[in-house]
Design a protein around this ligand. Structure first.
Ligand SMILES: [Zn+2]
Length: 121
């Protein structure tokens, strides 16, 4: 059996049914827990954890998250396309990092005209 998402071979008995697709365990878990950039519960738990740890600003971020934050800080605002190009990141990776920055209330998306810019919170 082949996983419908990652196309890897799934060992017998380890496939999961997800809306009619056969998925391996990893893809199934990822499908059940998609990144949720706008989840208020995730935001409050992320900020609460940071407060508990006494983290402010970019404390506790990974190097790439800090670099994205600094880039936006320097430019004032940036589009996703710009960040993908500047950091040579796949789009999904940027979304993942942006979700964390957003959870920590450091970076947010704002719409101007028909373009979305990422700016500091
Ligand atoms: Zn898979």
């Amino acid at each position: 059996m082949i996983c419908s998402r990652c196309k890897e071979e799934i060992p017998a008995g380890e496939s999961y049914d997800y809306f009619g697709q056969k998925l391996c365990e990893d893809c199934y878990m990822a499908a059940l827990e998609p990144p949720r950039p706008c989840d208020p519960a995730a935001v409050s738990s992320a900020t609460a954890t940071r407060k508990q740890l006494g983290q402010r600003g970019t404390d506790g971020l990974t190097p790439i998250q800090k670099r994205i934050y600094e880039y936006i800080k320097e430019k004032g605002r940036a589009t996703r396309e710009e960040l993908v190009a500047a950091f040579d990141l796949p789009r999904w990776e940027l979304e993942k990092q942006f979700a964390v920055l957003r959870h920590c209330e450091l970076v947010r998306a704002t719409k101007e005209g028909n373009q979305i810019f990422l700016t500091l919170w």
